[in-house]
Write a protein that binds this ligand. Structure first.
Ligand code: PMP
Length: 380
């Protein structure tokens, strides 16, 4: 037991009970069919590994500039120019009107820096439910208030509901398309409507685009293309399976990024240097084969679960957010699945509701097929 007062008050804002329960149950499983994992099952491309190894061998192991190495920042600037049309300056004046970029320790690193820089105690942050767990906890940690907008049943946010959730204290809104945990992808029309709402309130949008490569039915579209006051976050963890390398980037208004860089200097210092070198190579990799594989897996999941579970077709990332069978909560169905050797995560880990479960299809076709068959049997 920790001694009283030893742990800071702010830690009371965090709670890992939901996910801990699942992992406690999972620890008792001997060889589970694991459909719970939030990372690709393929490995880092060979050319990316070679670059990192070469960087380490030639001694590129020291701190880099806090902002990240110039080559990677230039590569990021080029992507942002091509996809969004923004002119990203490598050395920008810290003004609201100019754009710059920052290399971060994963997208998680960028999220923490951004929330610390942007949120005052009591400020409200609009999150769309279901949400990536980290958002809610980090908003709480910095003393903000998460204002949760329900997007059930199709997981496309209703702009009117977003408008209704806005108050004088609303500081920013987080959007995440393709979405973890729902696999939903927002189209240009919806993004334009959200942008309009934000513009009317002079609201900053944080767009977490970590799954941007994984869009199966339509090309990826960023809200940054329609809304200038966007902090755009991307990473290498999902696209190139570099989850353990801790590399991400952020582009957006230079006044915000200057403060994020300052805070990075006093916290993460810089993203891992060999990973930054490898990141330049990663951005040149063609991942279309891996994406095509995941599209096929998405199809397998949809084919198996559409009818027995009433699953809406997920369009991106590598998750399906599936309604639990009638009469059961998400947690109850997950317990049953775990008793039958399939590991999935209850929806209430990502939501105020406990009606669904999240399935990750980032696994081999064989394991996925086995897992789907068991889930379908259980639904019956
Ligand atoms: N955002 C979302 C939506 C995610 O799913 C994840 C990883 N699960 C992250 C951010 C963080 O990724 P990383 O820190 O590895 O870049």
């Amino acid at each position: 037991m920790p001694a009283p007062h030893r742990i800071a008050e702010r830690m009371k804002q965090l709670d890992a009970s939901g996910i801990r329960k699942v992992f406690d149950l999972a620890a008792k499983m001997s060889d589970p069919i694991n459909l719970s994992i939030g990372q690709p099952h393929f490995d880092v491309p060979d050319e990316v590994k070679s670059e990192a190894i070469a960087a380490i061998k030639r001694g590129f192991n020291k701190y880099t500039q806090t902002q990240g190495i110039a080559e990677l920042r230039q590569a990021v600037a080029q992507i942002v120019k091509e996809e969004i049309g923004w002119d990203v300056a490598i050395e920008a004046e810290p003004s609201r009107d100019s754009k710059t970029c920052l290399i971060t320790s994963g997208t998680s690193g960028a999220l923490l820096l951004a929330f610390m820089v942007l949120i005052n105690p009591g400020d409200e942050v609009i999150l769309l439910d279901p949400y990536f767990v980290m958002y809610k906890h980090l908003v709480n940690l910095v003393g903000g208030k998460a204002v949760i907008v329900d997007t059930y049943p199709d997981f496309l946010p209703d702009p009117q509901r977003i408008a209704d959730a806005m108050t004088e204290r609303t500081r920013l809104m987080v959007i995440n398309s393709p979405c973890n945990p729902t696999g939903q992808v927002y189209q240009a029309d919806l993004l334009k409507e959200i942008a309009q709402l934000a513009a009317g309130r002079d609201l900053l949008i944080i767009s977490d685009e970590i799954y941007n490569l994984f869009c199966y039915d339509t090309p990826f579209c960023s809200i940054a293309s329609f809304y200038d006051d966007t902090l755009l976050l991307r990473g290498f963890s999902k696209s190139y399976a570099m989850t353990g390398w801790r590399l991400g980037w952020c582009a957006g208004p230079a006044d915000i990024l200057e403060k994020m860089a300052m805070l990075q200097q006093y916290s993460f210092v810089c993203a891992p240097s060999p990973a930054q070198v490898a990141g330049v190579a990663a951005l040149k990799c063609d991942m279309s084969e891996q994406v095509a594989q995941y599209r096929r897996k998405r199809d397998m999941v949809y084919q198996a679960l559409a009818e027995p579970f009433g699953l809406i077709k997920p369009a991106g990332a590598f998750y399906a957010f599936v309604p639990a069978p009638k009469g059961m909560s998400g947690t109850e169905f997950v317990s049953l699945a775990i008793e039958n050797n399939v590991l999935i995560i209850p929806g209430n880990v990502f939501s105020q509701k406990d009606t669904h479960f999240r399935l990750s299809y980032a696994t081999s076709d064989e394991k996925l097929q086995e897992g789907l068959e068991i889930l379908v049997k259980l639904a019956k």
